[in-house]
Ligand binder design. Structure first.
Ligand code: NI
Length: 195
């Protein structure tokens, strides 16, 4: 078991488009296991390789609850084949500690990927954490971050400022948002995806 060092925003590796994996060998299997160890250690539901400094198209997700047995899924070279509908929900990201805000995603996704045995699989997820996590992680592989997809940019900036990831005056942003809204922002919903 190896827990890898998480890359925190604004680490430049997070903005790079990751390279396709051509050979699934022992090093890829070890990377997948280390990524899972790192994700579980940080209480995340998903992790993409750029978040541990590896610019390759591999990501891991486990949306099972604490009471359930672990259900890790390793996605190699994932591609979204279909997207449909929309949903809005809280997201977090292990590369943005303590930052949560609402992001709009497609409700349904159909994704094609390879597993660690090199088999090509297809998975459909709709209206749930898995669907949201798949979209969040594939964005990581393309160098895209959830801060680009906030439904409310002021709320995002407030969260980023409070977390020390953005220079700014949290109080001023709070005022702009309106006092009531500003005060309720620090409590992430239980459903929040941190990935
Ligand atoms: Ni993330």
């Amino acid at each position: 078991m190896s827990v890898l060092k998480l890359r925190i925003y604004p680490d430049p590796v997070l903005k790079q488009k990751a390279r396709k994996i051509t050979i699934i060998d022992g090093s890829v299997r070890k990377l997948a296991q280390d990524m899972l160890d790192t994700m579980y250690k940080s209480d995340g539901v998903g992790l993409a390789a750029p978040q541990v400094g590896v610019s390759k198209r591999i990501m891991v997700i486990d949306v099972s609850s604490e009471e359930e047995p672990a259900k890790p899924i390793v996605f190699i070279n994932p591609e979204i084949l279909e997207k449909d509908g929309e949903m809005i929900g809280q997201e977090g990201c292990l590369s943005f500690p303590d930052v949560f805000f609402e992001v709009k995603r497609a409700s349904k996704v159909v994704v094609r990927f390879q597993n660690l045995k090199g088999q090509t699989l297809k998975l459909t997820a709709e209206g749930n954490l898995l669907s949201r996590a798949i979209q969040h992680e594939i964005d990581h592989l393309d160098g895209k971050l959830f801060i680009e997809k906030a439904t409310n940019e002021l709320k995002r900036d407030l969260e980023m400022t409070k977390a020390g990831l953005l220079d700014g005056d949290a109080e001023e942003i709070s005022k702009k948002l309106g006092d009531d809204e500003g005060l309720t922002l620090t409590v992430p919903s239980k459903e929040a995806v941190t990935s």
